[in-house]
Design a protein around this ligand. Structure first.
Ligand SMILES: [Zn+2]
Length: 262
């Protein structure tokens, strides 16, 4: 599943490409025909990302999209290919075609429906309205391991499996500690680390958590994927050379260094 930085990048790209354009919207697959009929011919005002959720806003109608595990977008600047049998929605406007395939959710929501979705989400570190105080408040109540809590979208919105492992390593927090046992300065450091890693992800379009200087690299773009991360899917620790541990925590494989994170 894409992490929040991918969703925020999509929101920016789609807003830049389609906003202020009268859109032609269709559902070649037919499964989102009601949404397509409602949006067709409307002018798109804005695209908003909240955690892993996207909201496409036009006058009087908002489309909610959640990609889930298998959903994806395809964009075409010129002559798009014919839609596939699985194309849920096709947006066209301003010389751009954007296809949405296989999302978990794709429907028109009214303000109440949007509130319902957003009320279930913790603060999003990539949004201006994401507040560390809210993160602290939501963590304080949890007895589950911090490694699991970071994947819980009602604690923190947008964080996925790679960012949680990398941020816990950088802040040297043992992922097995109960979430509610973290001190305020640890929680604050975790928030700041996640936010800066994710902002970098939005900027670069890929996840690089290690510093170029640490790798002797001239720039972030010259960092190879194998060197981009501290602990995720690694065998040995880049700092202490000790073995990296891994276990299913919060339903996904988490990687950490028991030597550095204690
Ligand atoms: Zn280590």
């Amino acid at each position: 599943m894409p992490e929040g930085h991918v969703i925020h990048r999509l929101a920016r790209e789609h807003q830049a490409a389609l906003a202020d354009e009268a859109l032609a919207v269709s559902s070649p697959q037919g499964r989102a025909r009601a949404a397509a009929d409602e949006l067709d011919g409307m002018t798109l005002l804005a695209v908003d990302a909240v955690g892993k959720h996207l909201f496409y806003r036009s006058v009087g109608a908002t489309l909610h999209v959640h990609l889930g595990l298998f959903g994806r977008f395809r964009s075409y600047r010129s002559d798009p290919p014919p839609p596939r049998p699985t194309t849920r929605l096709r947006f066209q406007g301003g010389g751009v075609t954007i296809d949405l395939l296989g999302p978990t959710d794709c429907r028109i929501v009214d303000p109440g429906g949007e509130d319902e979705i957003r009320d279930r989400l913790g603060p999003d570190p990539l949004r201006a309205d994401g507040e560390v105080e809210e993160f602290v408040r939501r963590l304080a109540r949890r007895r589950i391991p911090i490694g699991a809590a970071l994947l819980d979208q009602s604690v923190l919105a947008g964080v996925g499996n790679i960012f949680r492992a990398e941020a816990l390593f950088v802040t040297t927090i043992d992922p097995l500690r109960p979430a509610g046992s973290l001190r305020l300065e640890e929680t604050t450091a975790l928030w700041k680390t996640i936010r800066s890693m994710m902002r970098r992800g939005v900027r670069l379009g890929r996840i690089i958590t290690r510093e170029p200087a640490e790798l002797g690299a001239r720039s972030r773009s010259s960092i190879r994927s194998a060197n981009a991360l501290y602990v995720y899917k690694r065998q040995s620790c880049v700092r202490c050379r000790g073995p990296i541990a891994s276990a299913k925590i919060g339903g996904r494989s988490l990687y950490w260094c028991p030597g550095c994170q204690s």
